[in-house]
Each structure stands twice: as structure tokens, then as C-alpha cells.
Design a protein around this ligand. Structure first.
Ligand SMILES: Nc1nc2c(c(=O)[nH]1)N[C@H]1C(S)=C(S)[C@@H](COP(=O)(O)OP(=O)(O)OC[C@H]3O[C@@H](n4cnc5c(=O)[nH]c(N)nc54)[C@H](O)[C@@H]3O)O[C@H]1N2
Ligand SMILES: Nc1nc2c(c(=O)[nH]1)N[C@H]1C(S)=C(S)[C@@H](COP(=O)(O)OP(=O)(O)OC[C@H]3O[C@@H](n4cnc5c(=O)[nH]c(N)nc54)[C@H](O)[C@@H]3O)O[C@H]1N2
Ligand code: SF4
Ligand SMILES: [Mo]
Length: 740
């Protein structure tokens, strides 16, 4: 980490201000803050440390927090500007009630009246149609205390199985793959382990734009001699500095991983000791990948045989390595198979569980890790327990003080929950920290379904696009208005500190949930007076589970600069690196480092299947979607931060010059992208950094600019993640749209 200033300079030189990390910037100069609060960025899963400057209950600026180990004061453009959102005039300060006659479609409503209405609508719907007819959508930007409370609220207060969360759109393929192969779902290594790797394989991750601080780790490794392999249909900023770029056709990564393993076997680039003693299932997999010759792999992936051989050689012969992947390989109808393919080449190399030898999925949302562990998933109970497992149910029912028989079973995934509205099985919905109308695929269908609900309540701090379909909107809390823990990208549990109070009638989200419970006469179990008490209950609830947080306290986090889970008791300092050769875990009980009774990792046969919707004469191109550095997710927050809007004001369609020429489209022209679901018209951005058979559209905008009007609602059969990363599309030159 000593090379920090050079890293910053080199990033600035290479990309200019677009990717500049700012350190030491002092904003609102001349104004003395009342206090400076150490906390974390409200956006991505890296959870950079930041210090917020506060005056008169307003965040007026920030200072870097140089001692926080992960980012050491560095921030990306979003982190630098985040402090601006709180003062936006759109900040909700009262509850709102739908009123067609009002200009904005809503009128303000007293908080208590609003809570009463929500409670009585829930009760009306549940008594008329049954408990299951009310659903909950929750989110992974919430603290663990809130995420835990949401799971408990659904099962205990509402007695509905139908809760799921927006991590369903994000982390679930990685989670399912990791559980199948390792028995646990967490980054295997802290990022510092990357620094001594000889090879870093980055699959489907736009690291410089979406995990900007991770760029610093990759580049430090590179300065020490690491070779970088990037697999992406686009030459992303990190790919511009890599040693080997594999321009894969969207949706084909499993073919590539199988092809690499084929060459590793053929050349005996295998760790036999590891395979024999610490894994099961290799022989069946070896048999399966026999068919994945370099030629066959090249045909499927669109990558040349030569490049495939080069990649296999670099990976196969390395003594140390780190493999990273993100949504590029996970947002597929075979996302779990892609993840398993990635893990297979890691396991075959035996390079895991040591410094320099690692594997991780890059977590997306702020609490994308912690938010997927403690019970807001439809099939999960706290501590990463399974809601269908009788022992797990009995334990959690005990913690919650309810009869196990009263606890609902597994519900359905977030998209199926929307389909249940169509079938009349869900009549009421409450969403907290989720913007389905922008973020779910085929979103015009989603909007119609929200309108079909008898009652819809949204809790947010801005009137997001989904909230326009709501009957009641409750004013929730911004990140800086509450405290609690989150788990960042490496598995490090950290503390969000409260800087200011919520304005007006806005309330901390957990208070709102408790107020609803109380208004329903179901306050038992929902009488916490501060987040610390919720954490104390969660510590008990997670004890003995795989995601064991029982030894984690606010004080320990502060003293140690974070605590890596599992942390099973008060004297335990946490587990930085998983799978160390002699490590102990509660499942293997010393039999080996992996989280299965025999302590061994699992190879999984991962068969290749093409994307759900392949190209044809009518829709000859592939559409892939994702992000830009200055915008975040559905954009509710970042589209309200002026300097970020200025960086990338409108979505554009990226296409290759060859395709542009064929279609007669020039840079800046308007073009219409059309799929079987819908069409949108945006300006074209002609770039040499994308495959000629693929177009890319970032998805952070609503309405007629929304990429999700085009995407397909196909899902992975195991993880239920949507196939955001590939569908068939056609493109034509067109005129500027007439209305906004
Ligand atoms: N600036 C910014 N940063 C963010 C976010 C944000 O919205 N904005 N969101 C956060 C969240 S929640 C997430 S999940 C992460 C997402 O982080 P990433 O997964 O890195 O971001 P994406 O843009 O979704 O997709 C990554 C890359 O996958 C490539 N890709 C598309 N199809 C394929 C394929 O079939 N195979 C391969 N190998 N690559 C493919 C795309 O070209 C793209 O460059 O970012 C987090 N950080
Ligand atoms: N086409 C396409 N679609 C995608 C993706 C893609 O790559 N392509 N990526 C998918 C991925 S990876 C993700 S993670 C999803 C994200 O899906 P979304 O659920 O839409 O994510 P957000 O934009 O974070 O929306 C969350 C809402 O919660 C609010 N919010 C944030 N924090 C809090 C809080 O603490 N309290 C309260 N009350 N509200 C809060 C925000 O204001 C926002 O309105 O989008 C998915 N959609
Ligand atoms: S958005 Fe992510 S990388 Fe950027 S400052 Fe925030 S946590 Fe760090
Ligand atoms: Mo995500």
C-alpha cells in the first residue's frame, strides 16, 4: 500500500478526471463543521471509509479517512459527491398518500395516520385473502440490523413466506455457486492477498468503474509483476491495462472455463495433492470437459484458439493466482454454472486459502454480503440458515419466541413475487430499499403488476419510480441518518455511524417497521429501542450458523478496524482468510478446511447452455447491460447529484464502428434498440471497445431511457437471477424521441 500516490497519479494520467480518485479534498471550505463522523460510503460493496463533516444537522462535506485499511482515504467520484444528496429538495420529509387530483399525484399525510393506514391495509388483505397475499421486497443497501428485522417482520409479524430482496438481482448466482463448491458464501480472501499473486483473472467485472478501489489492488499486484487476464465483451478501463484480453461473446463463460480446464488437464497443470486430498468430484468433471477442446471452445466463445491457449498457459503454470468475477458472468440463465466453472479452475490449480492464492466474487451493493446472510431471502433464516431445515427452524423460532409450526416456509424469488400479482396470489406489497420498476427485467410488465395491487407501500427517502405506483409512501432514512453494521466485499464487518437525524417526519427504517407492527397489534418482538439491541439479538440468532456473527460487537469493530466473519465468540478476532489448510469450521469439525462434513471442496460438472434468447435473423445482435462509473443502480440517488449527472447525463447505446457503418449510424445519432419486450431510442456512442455483434446500454435510468424495457425476464433455475447480460436485439438509426 506504500505506493498509493503513484497509483493515484497513474490512474489520473490514464483516464483523466473520469476515474480520478480524490483524496484530501476539503469541501465547503471556510465553514467549520460541528463534528466529523467516521463512517462508510453509502454506495457500493467496497464500503470505503469516509469522514462526513456535519454542521447544523446537515452533511456539508467530507474528509478522507486514511486509516481505514481497505481504501486508505481513496474514494471514487460517487464517494466524493455522496454528501450532496441529503440536501436535495426531493428528500421526503412527510408520508404521502396517493391523490389523483393533486398535481404530483400525492398529498402529504401525517406519519401516524399513514402508519395506521398501512397496518389496516395489511390486515384487510391478510384477513380477506390469507397471510401469503401480502409480500415484502427488501434491499441489500440496508444495514444488517434492518435486513434481519425485515426477515423477522415478514415471518413473525405478517406470517407470510413471501419476502425476497434486491440481492436476487445481484449476488445470488455467486452465492449458490459458492455454497455448492465451498459450503460457505463469502470472499475467500482479503484483498491484500491479491498483491502477491502471479496471475489475476477478472471475469465479467468492470473493475475500474464498478469497484474502483479494487483497481488499486490489481495495479499494485501488476507493479509487482502479476499478469492480468480480463474476460469481457467490452474493453473496459481495467482491460486497457491487462496482459491478455479475451473478448468473449456474452453468455459463454462456462464454455471458456471448461476449455481452460481441458488444457490444464491435457498439460497436467494440476495440483494433484490438493485434488486428491481436499476435493471430491474431479473425475466426473474431467470426463465432462474432454469435449471442450480449444477448437470447440473457440467456436462457442468467439475467442481465438490462440488466446484460449495463452490464457490456459498463464493460469495453468502460475504458482499463485487470484480469480475475481462479478455480474458479467453471474447475470445469466446459467449464472450458477458460470460461477462453478470459475471455481473449478481455481480448485484444479489448488491455489486457494493462502496469501497470494485466492478467489472472490465482487460484491455489488453496500451490504450485498451481509444483506444476503440474515434472513431477508425467501428461503433463508439468520446466520445463513435454511428455512426448510427443521433444526434451523427450531433454533430461530426459539430466538424469536414463537412456535416453530407458526413460522412460514420458503417463499418465492423477487420476480416470481411480481408474477404472483398477475395470478392474483399477491394483493398487497411493501417495498423497502428496492426500485423494481427500474431494476427488474421486462419492466413495463413490472409496472403494470404494481398497478394491479390492491395496496402498495414504499419506504424510501426519495420518491423513486416504483413509488409513483404506491398508495402510501413512508419517509425512510438515509445512510447517514442511522447506525448499524454492514459486511463489505472482503467479508469484513464494519460500522456505519450516524451523522445526522432524519429531517421532518422521516424516520429510521427500523422504527417505521416497528411502528407498523405496533399498529397491527403485533409489537411483540418489535420493541427495539436502538440498532445495538437488534444486533444483540442477531448475534444470538446467527450463533452456530455458517454466517456466525455472535462474537461481533460495535466495540470490536471499532477497535480492530472491522471484524471478518465467521466470528463465533467474544474472544475470537474474526476470520480474515477462509480455507487455510489447518483451519477449523463448525461443519467439518477439523476434517478439512471446506464447509462440508468431510472438509473437502466440491468440483461441479457445469454444462454449457446457450443464452435463453439467442440471435436470429430478426434480432441479429446481442444486448448486454450494466453500469457507468458515475451512476449507481436505479439512479434514485446519483441522478440527484449534479456533478455525477454531468459526468454521464444520459444513457447511450455503445456500438462498434463496423456495426455503426453497416447500420449507417454515426456517433451522437439517435438509434432505436428493439427486443421482443420493447424498444428504446437513445443516442449512439460509437466505440472500438465492444464486440461488433454486441451492443451495451447502462441501466441507471427510468421510463423511455430504461434498458430494462428491453431485457428478458429469463432466470437461472437455481439462483433465480435474471439474465440481464444477454438477449437478442435489433438496432436501427432513428429520430430524436419527441417526448421525455
Ligand atoms: N459505478 C457503479 N458502481 C457500482 C454499481 C453501480 O451501479 N455503479 N453497482 C454495484 C453493484 S450492485 C454491482 S452488482 C456491481 C456490478 O459490477 P460489475 O459486474 O463489474 O458491473 P456490470 O456493468 O454489471 O457488468 C460487468 C461487465 O460484464 C460484462 N459482460 C457482459 N456480459 C458478459 C458475459 O457474458 N461474460 C463476461 N465475461 N462479461 C460480460 C460487461 O461488458 C461489463 O463490463 O457494481 C457495484 N458498483
Ligand atoms: N438491465 C440491468 N438491470 C439490472 C442490473 C444490470 O446489470 N442490468 N443490475 C441488477 C443489480 S446487480 C442490482 S443490485 C439491482 C438493484 O436494484 P434496486 O433495488 O433498484 O436498487 P437501488 O437503485 O439501490 O434501489 C433501491 C431503492 O432503495 C433506496 N434506498 C437505498 N438505501 C436505502 C435505505 O437505507 N433505506 C431506504 N428506505 N431506502 C434506501 C434508494 O433510494 C432506491 O430508491 O439492479 C439490477 N438491475
Ligand atoms: S462507490 Fe464504492 S468505490 Fe466509490 S467511494 Fe463508494 S464504496 Fe468506495
Ligand atoms: Mo448488484
Amino acid at each position: 500500500m506504500a505506493t498509493l500516490p503513484n497509483q493515484l497519479d497513474s490512474i489520473t494520467q490514464r483516464y483523466g478526471p473520469h476515474l480520478t480518485f480524490n483524496t484530501g479534498v476539503r469541501l465547503a471550505t471556510g465553514v467549520e463543521p460541528d463534528k466529523v463522523v467516521k463512517t462508510h460510503c453509502c454506495f457500493c460493496g467496497q464500503q470505503c471509509g469516509i469522514q462526513l463533516k456535519v454542521k447544523d444537522n446537515q452533511v456539508i462535506g467530507f474528509e478522507p479517512w486514511e486509516d481505514f485499511p481497505f481504501n486508505q482515504g481513496m474514494l471514487c467520484p460517487k464517494g466524493v459527491k455522496r454528501y450532496l444528496q441529503g440536501a436535495h429538495p426531493d428528500r421526503l420529509t412527510t408520508a404521502l398518500e396517493r391523490d389523483e387530483k393533486a398535481a404530483a399525484g400525492f398529498r402529504p399525510l401525517g406519519y401516524d395516520t399513514a402508519i395506521q393506514r398501512v397496518a389496516s391495509e395489511i390486515q384487510r388483505i391478510q384477513s380477506t385473502y390469507g397471510n401469503e397475499a401480502f409480500g415484502i421486497l427488501s434491499g441489500a443497501s440496508l444495514t444488517i440490523e434492518k435486513a434481519y428485522l425485515m426477515g423477522k417482520f415478514a415471518r413473525v409479524a405478517l406470517k407470510t413466506p413471501n419476502i425476497d430482496y434486491n440481492g436476487r438481482l445481484c449476488m445470488v448466482s455467486a452465492a449458490a455457486g459458492n455454497k455448492k463448491a465451498f459450503g460457505i458464501d463469502r470472499a475467500a480472501n482479503p484483498w491484500a492477498d491479491m498483491l502477491s499473486s502471479e496471475v489475476i483473472w477478472i471475469a465479467g467485472a468492470n473493475v475500474a468503474e464498478c469497484a474502483p478501489i479494487t483497481t488499486n489492488y490489481v495495479w499494485q499486484a501488476r507493479e509487482r509483476g502479476a499478469k492480468i487476464i480480463v474476460v469481457d465483451p467490452r474493453i473496459t478501463p481495467i482491460a486497457r491495462t491487462c496482459d491478455l484480453f479475451l473478448p468473449i461473446k456474452p453468455g459463454r463463460d462456462i464454455a471458456l472455463f471448461n476449455g481452460i480446464l481441458h488444457l490444464m488437464i491435457e498439460n497436467d497443470w494440476l495440483d494433484h495433492e490438493f485434488i486428491n486430498n481436499h476435493s471430491v468430484g474431479f473425475d466426473a468433471l474431467a470426463k465432462h470437459v474432454k469435449q471442450w477442446t480449444p477448437r470447440h471452445t473457440a467456436e462457442a466463445t468467439g475467442i481465438t484458439e490462440r488466446a484460449i491457449r495463452q490464457a490456459a498457459e498463464m493460469w495453468g503454470q502460475a504458482k499463485s493466482s487470484f480469480l475475481l468475477h462479478a455480474r458479467g458472468i453471474e447475470h445469466h440463465s446459467h449464472g450458477v454454472q458460470n460461477v462453478l466453472g470459475a471455481i473449478n479452475i481455481v480448485l484444479a490449480s489448488g491455489r486457494i486459502g493462502r496469501d497470494g492464492c485466492g478467489y472472490a466474487t465482487i460484491t455489488g451493493q453496500g451490504n450485498g454480503q451481509g444483506g444476503r446472510e440474515h434472513g431477508q431471502k425467501c428461503d433463508q433464516l439468520p446466520g445463513a440458515r435454511d428455512i426448510t431445515n427443521p433444526e434451523h427452524r427450531a433454533y430461530i423460532a426459539g430466538v424469536w419466541g414463537i412456535d416453530e409450526k407458526e413460522m412460514p416456509g420458503a417463499g418465492v424469488d423477487a420476480y416470481e413475487l411480481i408474477r404472483k400479482i398477475e395470478r392474483g396470489e399477491i394483493k398487497g406489497l411493501l417495498s423497502l430499499c428496492f426500485n423494481p420498476v427500474v431494476s427488474l427485467p421486462d419492466n413495463e410488465y413490472v409496472a403494470r403488476m404494481l398497478d394491479k395491487l390492491e395496496f402498495y407501500c414504499v419506504i424510501d427517502f426519495f420518491l423513486n419510480e416504483s413509488a409513483y405506483h404506491a398508495d402510501i409512501v413512508l419517509p425512510g432514512s438515509l445512510h447517514e441518518e442511522d447506525e448499524g453494521i454492514v459486511t463489505q466485499i472482503e467479508g469484513r464487518v464494519i460500522k456505519i455511524n450516524k451523522a445526522i437525524d432524519p429531517p421532518g417526519e422521516a424516520k429510521q427504517d427500523w422504527r417505521i417497521i416497528q411502528d407498523i407492527s405496533k399498529a397491527m397489534g403485533r409489537e411483540r418482538g418489535f420493541t427495539f429501542t436502538e440498532p445495538r439491541e437488534i444486533l444483540d439479538e442477531l448475534r444470538v440468532a446467527s450463533k452456530g450458523g455458517i454466517a456466525d456473527y455472535s462474537g461481533i460487537t460495535y466495540e470490536k469493530i471499532e477497535a480492530q478496524g472491522g471484524v471478518f466473519w465467521p466470528c463465533p465468540d467474544n474472544d475470537h478476532k474474526g476470520t480474515e482468510r477462509l480455507f487455510e489448510p489447518n483451519s477449523w469450521n463448525p461443519i467439518a469439525k477439523g476434517a478439512g478446511p471446506f464447509y462440508f462434513p468431510d472438509g473437502k471442496a466440491r468440483f461441479n460438472v457445469a454444462p454449457y447452455t446457450p443464452p435463453t434468447e439467442d440471435t436470429d435473423d430478426e434480432y441479429p445482435l446481442m444486448l448486454t447491460t450494466g453500469r457507468v462509473v458515475s451512476q449507481f443502480l436505479s439512479g434514485t440517488q446519483t441522478r440527484r447529484i449534479g456533478p455525477l449527472v454531468n459526468q454521464y447525463p444520459e444513457p447511450r447505446i455503445e456500438l462498434h464502428p463496423q456495426l455503426a457503418e453497416k447500420l449507417g449510424i454515426k456517433d451522437g445519432d439517435w438509434a432505436t434498440a428493439e427486443t421482443r419486450r420493447g424498444a428504446i431510442t437513445l443516442q449512439a456512442s460509437v466505440v472500438t471497445t465492444i464486440r461488433p455483434d454486441t451492443i451495451f446500454i447502462p441501466y441507471h435510468w427510468p421510463g423511455r431511457k430504461s434498458a430494462n424495457r428491453l431485457t428478458i425476464a429469463a432466470q437461472d433455475p437455481i439462483s433465480k437471477i435474471p439474465e440481464y447480460k444477454v438477449c437478442a436485439v435489433k438496432l436501427r438509426k432513428s429520430e430524436a424521441p419527441t417526448n421525455d
